[in-house]
Each structure stands twice: as structure tokens, then as C-alpha cells.
Design a binder for this molecule. Sequence first.
Ligand code: SDX
Length: 384
Amino acid sequence: MTTAPTHAKGLEGVIAGETEICNVEQTSLIYRGYEIADLAANASFEEVAYLLLVGNKPTADELASFKAELVAERSLPGAVVEFLKTSGDLVNNQYAVPMDILRTAVSILSHLDADCQDNAADANLRKSKRLLAQIPTVIGHMQNSIEGKEFIAPNANLSHSANLLYMMTGSEPTPEAEKVMDVSLVLYAEHDYNASTFTARVISGTLGDLHGAVTGAIAALKGKLHGGANEAAMDMLADIRKDIGPDNDLGKVTDWMHKAFAEKRKLMGFGHRVYKNGDHRAPILHGLGRKAAEARGEEFVKLFELGEMVQKIMEDEKKIYPNVDFPCGMTYFTMGIPVPQYTPIFVASRITGWAAHIMEQHANNRLIRPRVAYIGPAPRNWND
Ligand code: SDX
């Protein structure tokens, strides 16, 4: 089917395919027909993961066996454990950041997965479940290594979200912390043709394998214009706090923002290619995070109040709204999660969306190969 070529920088507004998985609109965000607010309020992350990977809401029996499969696949092959033992030095000596470590770990996992070269639907589903189960263990072991601690083994009695937190800290999270993490993973799971998912589709569109497509997607998500914004948003708030001191003085915050505007700085955690009137996910996570801050204490409430000042100035003066990464930064900080693990946790959730898109691409493939407008030198001869 040929249609008139579309030339849009960054493919802005271009419809680049079809999907049954998700739809991102100004007015709604749905995963396979379910509204995000409905899922955030009523579904666990395991249920949403099943919905994205398999295509429908799991029955009680389907959910129970899915959970058991994930628990059984949480441990890592020896070669990955050995690599993760070196990860603390790589990060602490600034040769790598956690997103790089996670990307390499997924690559090593591909060498140890018997299904790696098999793009068949059943093999892809097996690999998707394995990566979904293994990525939290990679994050946990990596964090243990960064802190010079022994690796904390996965806890089979804990939910996916609780186990993720447990492996990073060694203590079982409160039910409240588990709930906040679980909702954040639901909100992060899928978002149609965002840059990292599109990367995964381009790679799987060549018939590249699932691990390779996920590796590329991790590299794309790391960028602070995309998933890296949750870390960058918290770093930005820390910079503001450092500059204005411990009190949230509106005049000082306004001066800071106006200086940033004058320098044409992109404020991390704000704006979106599709959402121009606000990100449906942001208020959900902001509300949960603020409650966690109120329970945690004054310092964390003041962080959220600072964030709310920044948000009001952006909305009033620029008509630019927070995306999900802005409340995520404040929420994960309140939960005591190390900032450099925020985007790896985004991966622990988005692996579900990426895998769903990779399986959809393999199942009904057409090579993704757009055209480009040439603006280089006019034709010329080498021997002129
Ligand atoms: C995610 O695509 C997805 O769905 C991604 C995601 C997902 O779930 O997968 O939602 C997750 O990546 C969210 C986005 C996280 N990134 C950030 O928070 C980084 C900061 N945001 C910006 O870089 C920007 O808003 C983008 C990249 C997110 C979107 O940018 P666009 O669509 O390319 O818009 P633009 O850069 O052309 O901006 C339009 C105008 C510009 O002003 P002018 O130059 O025309 O005068 O708005 C301004 C921009 O300067 N603007 C900002 C701004 N975002 C846009 N100004 C200051 N701070 C910002 N954050």
C-alpha cells in the first residue's frame, strides 16, 4: 500500500503502524481497552503484565500460574551473577551507570537463553516472562554490588513489586510501599510508539531477536528526553533545593525557573510529544507519592511542595505540564530508592510493553524503513 510520503522531524504526528496493545491520546490512555485509571485502581502489576503479554485479563487460575512462572524464573544464570559482582566497581568508578549495567546483563542473558534465536510466538512469550522475572534480580544484585553488600536472593513469598524493593534493600517493604511501587509499575508498563518501543519494533522488524530488541530499547530509554527523565527530574529538584536552601521560598523558586527559561533549559519531567494538556499518569502517581511523603515526614512533604511550585510556574507561564517522570522522581526519592535506579525500575515495568510490541511485530511483520529528505551536496565527481 503506498500513500503520500510524510516528512515530519522526529516523525512527529506520523502514524507509523497499527497495534492492539495500547492507545495514547490527549483524552485517554488505554492498555488493550482498559483505561489507565481503572488499571491503576483495580489491577496488580502482575495482572497488567499478563494483559499486555497475553492479551486479556487473567482468570484467577491463569494469574496464579503466571505468578508461579515468574517466581520460578527470578534467579539468574552464573555468568550474569559473575558480571554483576563487577558492576559495583564499574558504577562507583563512573565507567557505567545502572542503565548500562542492565543493558549488558540483558545481552548476557540472551547468550544463556536456549530460545534466544527463536522468534516463534511461544518462544517469545517464554523469553518475555523470563526477562520480566529476571530484570528485578539484576537491579537488586547491581544495587547490592554498588553498596559492597552480599547479593540478596529473590524472596519467593513476595509479590513482583515487593520482591523488587526487597532485593535492593534486604528488608521487606511495608504494604503501603509495595502498593506505591506496584501502581508505578502499572503506570510505566506501556505507552504505544514511544521512542524505546519504536526502537524495539525497528529491531524486531528486521527479524532481530527479542533480547536484541530489548537491549536496543534499554539504550533508547536511558536518554533523559525519554525514560532517563525520572532521574533527571529528581536531580533538577535537588539542584533547586541546593540553590534556594531548605525553605520553599516562592520568590527564589520563581527566580530559578526564570533563569532556566532564559537559558532555554528543558525542565526534566515536563512536556510530552503527544500529551499537550497533561499526562494521564502524572496525577495518579503524584497523589500516591504525596501520601507516602506525608507518612515519611516534613522533608519529603517539602519536596513535594517544591515540585508543586515548579509545576504551577510551568503550567501558568509555559502551559507545559508534568509527565509521569516528574512525580516518579519525587515518589521514588520518598521511598528511599537510589536515584540511578529509577530508570532501571522503569525498564522492569516497560519490559512488558516492549515484549508485547516485539511479539506483535514478529507476528505480523513489515520491515520498518522510512525515507529521508537529502539536503547534502549537489552531485559532483570524485576526480574533479
Ligand atoms: C517519557 O513518548 C512517550 O510516550 C514517552 C513516555 C513513555 O511512557 O514512554 O511518556 C515517557 O519519555 C516522557 C517524557 C520524558 N522527558 C522529559 O521529561 C524531558 C523534558 N521534556 C522535553 O524534552 C520535551 O517535552 C519532550 C522531548 C518530552 C517532548 O518534546 P517535543 O514534543 O519534541 O516538543 P518540543 O521539544 O518541540 O517542545 C515544544 C516547545 C519548545 O519551545 P520552542 O522551542 O518551540 O519555543 O515546548 C518547549 C520547547 O522548548 N518545551 C519545554 C519542555 N518541553 C517542551 N521547555 C522547557 N522544558 C520542557 N520540559
